[in-house]
Design a protein around this ligand. Structure first.
Ligand code: PLP
Length: 386
């Protein structure tokens, strides 16, 4: 075996031994709720399609119309020939919804975070990041030569102390957090973070991938608080409640203009296909006009947490931590045999010893299915969680 293949094989063998090798399973969805896996049709509690918009007729029609008219791909970077007018229309809509001056669309949420962070901070700067922040926020920090300090999850006192001790030694400071934490479902303490950041002249960036469309009347996690705190850098994705694909940053005009000329993932990556901008606009029409739809994912998550006697869900995401990889794999298999898809979440996606079932509730889940799911889950839970 050559050295390249030997390297890959040894890595795979190690992952296999620790129960951490991941493999792709073919699956497909013909509506926003059900999924076919290995020939079996399952009710999915693993899709981030919170409003079931991936298959909504209005989104499909908008995307099909755009493809018929403008083609499939954007053809080049936005700075070359890939800046379709639908992108700018979508930017204006997102900025208005998020209450910011301007917005910039990226090819994906991952590309947004890996583009934004190194555009804003460099060698003489400081980054503070929540230990449970999404992997692509960490990936963005790795692309910047800034000093990185990781703080304990949602620990305001540690943030305050890190800034009080370190801020003066750096030119600029940037604090990175999820708005809704993707594997834990809890909210960041945004008002307190905003206050501390303002006090220390630290730029606050919240990744609201899981907040848009489902929290704060659909406007995102900032609007779960009254008054809504000021967050100068509001990032998110079009791939979850918006039902499509693509990422965005909402911020002031100078910050957005800077992204459009300097963010490497804007400059050197192909623009978002026009059809995805068209479907996102159709999704925003629904989110802005149907307040009942927007409330449902969280209400459904709360039905589940109430049934299981857990603390009330703060978002459509509910984790049940089982600890070991073996426990979570076996629980997911039990759910599979009962007709539910709940993908087990293992390290390194979550910290060692916190392997979990992650439930994602959507607007379309029926109450009776949620209650049935809870009854199947109850005996799988560790005694202390019950
Ligand atoms: C919190 C968070 N940020 C960013 C991303 C990346 O977004 P995208 O899937 O659009 O690349 C995800 C999704 O996986 C996420 O959960």
């Amino acid at each position: 075996m050559n050295s390249l293949d030997a390297f890959a094989a040894a890595k795979l063998a190690d992952l296999e031994e620790r129960g951490l090798r991941r493999t792709l399973r073919e699956n497909w969805r013909e509506d926003g709720l059900w999924i076919s896996v290995d020939g079996q049709k399952l009710l999915s509690f693993s899709c981030n399609d919170y409003l079931n918009l991936t298959h909504h007729p209005a989104l499909k029609a908008a995307a099909i119309r755009a493809i018929e008219t403008y083609g499939v791909g954007a053809g080049a970077s936005r700075l070359v020939t890939g800046n379709h007018p639908l992108l700018e229309k979508l930017e204006a809509r997102l900025a208005a919804l998020k209450g910011s001056e301007a917005a910039c669309i990226f090819g994906a949420g991952y590309l947004a975070n890996t583009g934004i962070i190194p555009t804003l901070v460099g060698k003489d700067d400081l980054i503070l990041i929540d230990e449970l922040a999404h992997a692509c926020l960490f990936a963005g920090t790795q692309l910047s030569p800034a000093t990185v300090r990781i703080f304990r999850h949602n620990d305001i006192a540690e943030v305050e102390s890190l800034l009080a001790t370190n801020r003066a030694h750096y030119r600029h400071a940037l604090l990175l957090t999820d708005g809704v934490f993707s594997m834990d479902g809890d909210l960041a303490p945004l008002p307190a973070l905003a206050e501390i950041c303002t006090h220390h002249d630290c730029w606050l960036m919240a990744d609201d991938a899981h907040g848009l469309g489902v929290i704060g009347q659909g406007r995102g996690s900032r609007h779960a608080f009254d008054p809504a705190p000021v967050i100068p850098l509001q990032m998110g994705t079009l791939s979850k409640a918006i039902g499509g694909y693509g990422g965005y940053l909402c911020a002031s005009k100078p910050v957005i203009d800077l992204m459009k000329t300097r963010a490497r993932t804007v400059v050197y990556s192909t623009g978002l296909p026009p059809a995805l901008a068209a479907s996102a606009l159709a999704a925003l029409d629904l989110i802005e006009s149907d307040s009942d739809l927007v409330k449902k994912p969280l209400a459904n998550a709360r039905l589940f947490t109430t049934r299981l006697g857990l603390s009330p869900a703060q978002s459509p995401i509910v984790p049940i931590i089982l600890g070991t990889v073996e426990a979570v794999m076996s629980a997911a298999q039990t759910l599979f045999t009962q007709g539910f898809l709940v993908t087990p979440i293992r390290p390194p996606t979550v910290p060692e010893g916190t392997a979990r079932l992650r439930f994602a509730f959507t607007a379309g889940h029926a109450a009776e299915d949620i209650l049935h799911l809870a009854d199947v889950v109850a005996p799988l839970m560790p005694a202390k969680a019950r």
